[in-house]
Design a binder for this molecule. Structure first.
Ligand code: 8BR
Ligand code: GLC
Length: 454
């Protein structure tokens, strides 16, 4: 039975049209762009660190010294969990001196901006977070522009030429393959540990002044980087709410999307849930971020939400109950979406995102349209088909059409769509993959009339 279903999914993938669904989209993206310094973790780096004797049950949300760094790394590797930890200047200096990095464009905004540019979006407007010359130069060749409100008009500056006098920020991305061991058993999957400095997103005044006019020209406002708004984040979150309200007031059909990222600080996570989520139309998450959010929403089964599609669905419904109309979750092997849009359109966008994701995993860089054929030979994830069977059992209990779900990936009664994805055996890098997947599915999904004003 699974074989015939797998064949059906191969057909769905083959039928994904040659058309580029991102062509012509108009995107507003805020807030975070950053220089990512990426390297693989190897024995040489690990030799410089003290290996913890046991896997710590928790890790320090701010790594003050090398022991905190070792514990965070051990936690991430042993659980195969992507972690992002704020680090003291000493820890950052240590990582910098270890060397061997490749400098790349990072941060959710820059990652999605690069993808949309390469897929011929009509407009890609970015917030210029800490644009040093280095960061601006990494935007080279992209269509991204920084809109600036000056004297009641909007001026557009190419992102690659934009610079303002602020201290730059770099993140240290330590990638590991499945099987690497540091502390306990081998890493169950490839993933990464991110060390970020204490600097935070800087709001740009003239960008803010362009917001009302630029929102009118866009289809969606993609928001991310809330985890990089410092320890005293209240004022920043107030500004984010103000930006959302300004944008929505000026263009009621603008889709407001929040990309959730790992937020180790519980207070901050609560503030996102209480004060930001109720203002957005759409949310993108991975399974760990979903489990974190669901925990606060009264579903304390963290491990189950991380690993089981039925619990994930329950968690997504909890987010939807806050008024969010579209919730999109990606995890290794499958994506799951609740959306107000026609199921066939949603499936198309998920399949497209899965192709883009597989190509990025295999090439280790943002894909371009001509790269997409690379995904053709990447096998479908068994795990995705298995989790879909679990969901189908649930639908059977609810007495809705579970067979269609397995073969077509949708259940109209539940506004639910799932797809098994193509998973690359040895991904080159994992950083930025989630943003690429979320951005590809958000901007390729066709919204009926767009969301109504909130
Ligand atoms: P985050 O960046 O939010 O962690 O998301 C990463 C996503 O990348 C996962 O949800 C998974 O769908 C995808 N992914 C990973 Br990780 N490894 C992959 C691989 N080897 N092939 C295809 N997709 C992968
Ligand atoms: C976070 C990190 C950034 C990385 C991105 C990828 O924003 O801070 O360094 O590029 O995640 O998802």
């Amino acid at each position: 039975m699974r074989e015939s279903i797998a064949r059906r999914w191969e057909e769905h993938y083959t039928a994904v049209s040659e058309e580029n669904p991102l062509e012509g989209v108009k995107a507003l993206l805020a807030y975070n762009s950053v220089v990512d310094k990426v390297r693989a973790i190897d024995g040489q780096l690990l030799k410089l660190l003290r290996k913890p004797e046991v896997v710590p049950p928790i890790y320090a949300k701010t790594a003050e010294d090398l022991d905190d760094l070792s514990e965070g790394l051990c936690y991430s590797i042993s659980n195969g969990l992507a972690l992002e930890v704020i680090c003291s200047p000493d820890v950052i200096r240590f990582l910098d001196e270890a060397g061997g990095y490749e400098e790349r464009l990072g941060g959710q905004v820059a990652t999605v901006a690069r993808l949309l540019s390469d897929f011929s979006a009509a407009s890609v407007f970015v917030h210029p977070d800490r644009f040093s010359w280095k960061l601006a130069s990494l935007y080279q060749g992209s269509r991204a522009e920084v809109p600036l409100g000056i004297g009641g008009k909007v001026e557009y500056v190419k992102a690659e030429e934009f610079y303002w006098d602020c201290s730059p920020e770099a993140h240290y991305i330590l990638e590991y393959p499945a099987g690497l061991s540091f502390g306990d058993g081998p890493a169950p999957r490839a993933n990464r540990f991110i060390a970020a400095p204490m600097t935070k997103v800087l709001f740009h005044k003239e960008w803010e002044e362009s917001l009302s006019k630029v929102s009118k020209e866009c289809d969606a406002f993609f928001i991310a980087g809330l985890n990089h708004m410092g320890e005293e984040y209240e004022e920043s979150f107030r500004k984010v709410r103000e930006h959302i309200r300004t944008a929505k007031a000026s263009n009621p059909s603008l889709i407001i999307h929040l990309e959730i990222t790992s937020v180790p600080d519980l207070r901050k996570r609560e503030a996102i849930l209480d004060d930001i989520l109720p203002l957005v139309d759409s949310v993108g998450v991975n399974e760990a971020e979903l489990a974190d959010m669901a925990f606060l929403l009264g579903l304390p089964r963290w491990e189950q939400v991380r690993g089981n599609a039925v619990y994930q669905l329950e968690a997504m419904h909890l987010i939807r109950a806050l008024g969010v109309r579209r919730v999109n979750m990606h995890t290794l092997g499958y994506y799951l979406a609740l959306s107000p849009n026609p199921v066939e359109e949603v499936r198309k966008s998920l399949l497209f995102a899965a192709i883009v994701g597989a190509v990025r995993a295999s090439l280790g860089r943002s894909p371009r349209p001509e790269d997409l054929s690379e995904a053709r030979d990447v096998p479908l994830a068994e795990r995705g088909l298995k989790e879909m069977e679990r969901l189908s059992e649930l639908l059977k209990l609810k007495d809705v059409d579970h067979r269609t779900f397995l073969r077509e990936g949708w259940c109209e009664e539940e506004s639910m769509v799932a797809v098994p994805t193509r998973v690359v055996d040895n991904p080159k890098y994992t950083v930025g993959l989630g943003d690429t997947i979320s951005g590809a599915s958000l901007f390729s999904e066709k919204w009926g009339k767009g969301p109504s004003p909130r």
